[in-house]
Write a protein that binds this ligand. Structure first.
Ligand SMILES: Nc1ncnc2c1ncn2[C@@H]1O[C@H](COP(=O)(O)OP(=O)(O)OP(=O)(O)O)[C@@H](O)[C@H]1O
Ligand SMILES: [Mg+2]
Length: 323
């Protein structure tokens, strides 16, 4: 189904790189500013589904607002698309942002909404036939064709979320930001929604979603994690590398425990103020290497290396005792 979507539309691969992203707001009546985000750097690649994780108030939405170009005042950021400085005008055309709250008009049907979106987003540049084809393609991809005549007021929570995503997909954006796509959805609808975002990402787009407390099954569906704690990044890398990486900092995730729950506890400082150490490590690795960081890409390698050394040592001891 999504294959059809890929083949029928122009493919644009866009990798988003950001460096030194900071965000401060005025501290109300008190003097000075409140810093929400501190010197964040990272890279979200095309073809990957990225999750921005962190406890409530960690700065997930703030970061997404800045990356999507929604928030400019009070921010400092070096943003690049495919290695070139981001031009906000062209970026607006290639990116779409789906906010946490669905701002949908209750009296319109899916069909009406989709056709309006196609007319507004594709405009006169695309003839009516092509617009209809684009609408049909996106509705089919998101499983909305069956309920096309249903009004928004009668749609389920999952269908509303899918409609919000569908409206943004009409003009085939290459970067998609989604804030809390699973909030308010049950576990089955959450899995369906993330699976959909994964398919969109794997069709060559860059998809970034903030997420609160994913189940381990949901977590495994992401290709890349960007974890925030108090406005700073404490981990960026793959899901598979997360637990080995935490182990290198003496943070052992118990067996049969959801790594997302464990890392949220770490981020919320329930294992002591270790997140400071993790943040320092991210900053060091960002400064030394690429934005992915040495430890994050190599957590498993370090574990494997230490196991090899241990094995060699035991073999040597055995040989020594036998001889
Ligand atoms: N304009 C603002 N003025 C004052 N404080 C702000 C402003 N914008 C964000 N904040 C504060 O910044 C912090 C981060 O907010 P943000 O919405 O980014 O968190 P979040 O990680 O998305 O949280 P949640 O998971 O609850 O959505 C919060 O403490 C919030 O109160
Ligand atoms: Mg938020």
């Amino acid at each position: 189904m999504e294959g059809q979507f890929i083949n029928d539309t122009k493919k644009i691969h866009s990798t988003l790189t950001f460096n030194h992203v900071s965000y401060s707001v005025s501290n109300g009546n008190e003097k000075g500013n409140k810093t929400i985000l501190k010197e964040l750097s990272g890279r979200f690649k095309s073809g990957e589904l990225t999750a921005i994780l962190g406890p409530s108030g960690a700065g997930k939405t703030s970061l997404m607002n800045i990356l999507a170009g929604f928030k400019i005042s009070g921010t400092e950021a070096d943003l690049q698309v495919d290695g070139c400085r981001r031009d906000s005008r062209s970026f607006r055309k290639m990116a779409a942002y789906i906010t946490q709250k669905d701002h949908l008009l209750l009296h319109l049907s899916i069909n009406e909404y989709m056709n309006f979106a196609a007319q507004l987003k594709l405009g006169n540049a695309v003839d009516e036939e092509e617009q209809t084809a684009a609408v049909e393609r996106v509705m089919k991809m998101l499983g909305l064709s069956e309920s096309r005549h249903t009004r928004v007021s009668c749609l389920s929570g999952g269908e509303c979320k899918r409609l919000s995503i569908a409206l943004e997909l009409v003009n085939n954006p290459s970067i998609l930001f989604v804030d809390e796509p699973t909030s308010g959805l049950d576990s089955a609808s959450s899995l369906q929604c993330i699976e959909l975002l994964r398919q969109i990402a794997h069709s060559g787009r860059t998809v970034v979603a903030t997420i609160h407390q994913p189940s381990s099954r949901l977590l495994e569906m992401f290709d890349h994690l960007y974890i925030l704690s108090g406005g700073k990044c404490m981990y960026q890398g793959s899901v598979a590398d997360l637990v080995p990486f935490l182990a290198t900092r003496n943070l052992i995730c118990p067996n049969y425990h959801n790594p997302a729950d464990f890392v949220m506890d770490v981020a919320a400082a329930e294992h002591g103020e270790v997140s400071v150490d993790l943040v320092d490590n991210v900053n060091r690795s960002v400064n030394h290497e690429t934005n992915d960081g040495f430890f994050h890409g190599n957590g498993r390698f370090i574990c494997a290396l230490s196991q090899c050394v241990m094995l060699l040592f035991v073999s040597f001891l055995f040989f020594f005792v036998v001889s």
